[in-house]
Design a protein around this ligand. Structure first.
Ligand code: PMP
Length: 462
């Protein structure tokens, strides 16, 4: 730490935080006796807390976000220069970084041509839902208004995105939900047995389940299908062979818009610019947020094909025929300014290749842990987006108890390594350790993470 804040200043920060801040995702009773963790500084892959304790961050800011690592001066400078010149103008006006980032990123997304700016993954997904709904009204008299989402996928924290959420514990107690969202089964091959699925051609079977739901609901009522390319918080679920090809065919067959939620996978996390590009998918809409500017500024985007865009232009004489939506802070220029520099770093430092290489290395190292610890049922993932599912029994695949999974996370934390787990999301299956180090990770970083997990598993499970 650079020591700019004295220990007194930091003690004041802790007291102010305890007195006034309502933290995300946590019960506050323990803060009556314990201090919260205040992250004071970050550099590269590492962060320091209020006590000066160093941690290796294996989850990129907690939730898969800081893809290019901490302390990037060039991003700070790009944002500084831009906001001094022009920080904000909203409504229908554009901006210099907004235009240039759209051009730069869309060049990496061959079938996408338009970018809509907003602030969070939830908001981007809501906007995609609104587009699907508006198209249903414009083209089908409102009939094709239903949106399908998948068990174990997550699309956000607002009421509409929770209504499209496949992680029941996140939504419990926030009903009633928004109508018109229909659930389809997940595609986790390791859990095929729990679904009563056949052991062969699981990918096709899982895709076929989507078609069955469409037929049950009536294809004339279904306008959109929203899926994560690799499911994140639901258990780091990589799709089975043959799945995506069939899903794409189903969407085309029934004229259903395919909306891919790249909030986690987007901008490098899997070793390609987008997760969907790993599987040869041609989406109609893509949403992204976390890695777009690596958390240096709040920015989220929704991209569409030109075909989708054109639908909102077709009858210009009708004053209501446009996308009637706005995002106040979609007019902030800090986001696209940071995003342009974030992309330059990824390109100039070869971070997509590093992500693919280090991801393969880490998957191998986690595989070694699986050979050593019977509690690891499966390791999976793509690029630096990996999971290790813990089981009480390898034969029955009964999930390991959540409190033991959390004990592993806590033990790693004590060792100075921050890892994640699918806690409090999918009832009964909160048993996957999650890893998403920044795309700059080296072999030494990965070795340190794997060694911490190795020790934690030995201490927790013997
Ligand atoms: N989609 C996915 C796949 C996510 O993982 C998240 C956040 N964890 C969201 C959407 C929501 O993003 P935000 O928290 O920025 O609203």
């Amino acid at each position: 730490m650079d020591g700019t804040l004295s220990q007194n200043d930091l003690s004041h920060v802790v007291e102010a935080d305890k007195a006034h801040v309502w933290h995300h995702l946590i019960q506050h009773k323990p803060f009556e006796t314990n201090d919260p963790n205040i992250i004071v500084e970050g550099k590269g892959m590492r962060v320091w807390n209020q006590n000066g304790k160093e941690h290796l961050d294996a989850v990129s800011g907690g939730v898969w976000t800081v893809n290019v690592g901490y302390g990037r001066e060039s991003i700070a400078k790009a944002v500084y220069d831009q906001i001094l010149k022009m920080n904000y103008f909203a409504g229908s006006a554009g901006s210099i970084p907004g235009a240039l980032f759209a051009e730069k990123l869309l060049a990496k997304m061959p079938n996408q041509s338009r970018m809509y700016y907003c602030n969070s993954g939830s908001e981007a997904n809501e906007k995609a839902f609104k587009m699907i709904r508006q198209i249903a009204h414009k083209r089908y008299g409102g009939a094709k208004h239903k949106i399908l989402y998948r068990d174990r996928d997550y699309h956000g924290t607002t009421i509409a995105t929770l209504s499209a959420g496949g992680q029941d514990e996140r939504g419990a107690q926030y009903g009633p939900y928004t109508p018109g969202f229909v659930r389809v089964p997940h595609c986790l091959e390791y859990r095929a047995g729990d679904q009563g699925a056949p052991t062969e051609n699981y990918g096709e079977w899982a895709a076929d389940q989507i078609e069955q739901v469409i037929l049950r609901e009536g294809p004339d009522t279904v306008g959109g299908l929203c899926l994560e390319p690799v499911t994140a918080g639901g258990g780091v679920i990589t799709p089975p062979t043959g799945y995506w090809q069939k899903v794409q065919e189903i969407c085309r067959k029934y004229d259903i818009l395919l909306h891919i939620d790249e909030v986690v996978c987007g901008v490098g996390r899997t070793g390609k610019w987008f997760g969907y590009q790993q599987f040869g998918i041609e989406p109609d809409m893509v949403t992204m947020a976390k890695g777009v500017a690596s958390g240096y500024a709040a920015i989220a985007c929704l991209t569409t094909t030109e075909e989708v865009f054109e639908m909102f232009k077709d009858d210009a004489s009708d004053p209501m025929n446009y996308f009637r939506d706005i995002s106040t802070f979609g007019g902030c220029t800090a986001g696209p300014a940071a995003a342009i520099e974030n992309m330059r770093i990824i390109e100039d430092e070869g971070l997509l290749d590093n992500c693919a290489d280090m991801g393969a290395y880490m998957l191998g190292r986690l595989g070694e842990l699986q050979d050593k610890h019977a509690v690891i049922g499966q390791v999976r993932g793509k690029g630096l987006f990996l999971g290790a599912e813990l089981v009480a029994d390898r034969d029955t695949r009964a999930p390991a108890a959540e409190k033991l999974v959390q004990a592993v996370v806590g033990d790693c934390m004590k060792q100075g390594v921050i890892i994640g787990a699918t806690n409090r999301s999918v009832p009964g299956y909160n048993n996957t350790l999650c890893f998403s180090p920044a795309l700059i990770a080296t072999r030494d970083d990965i070795d340190q993470i794997v060694e911490a997990v190795d020790g934690a598993l030995s201490r927790t499970f013997g």
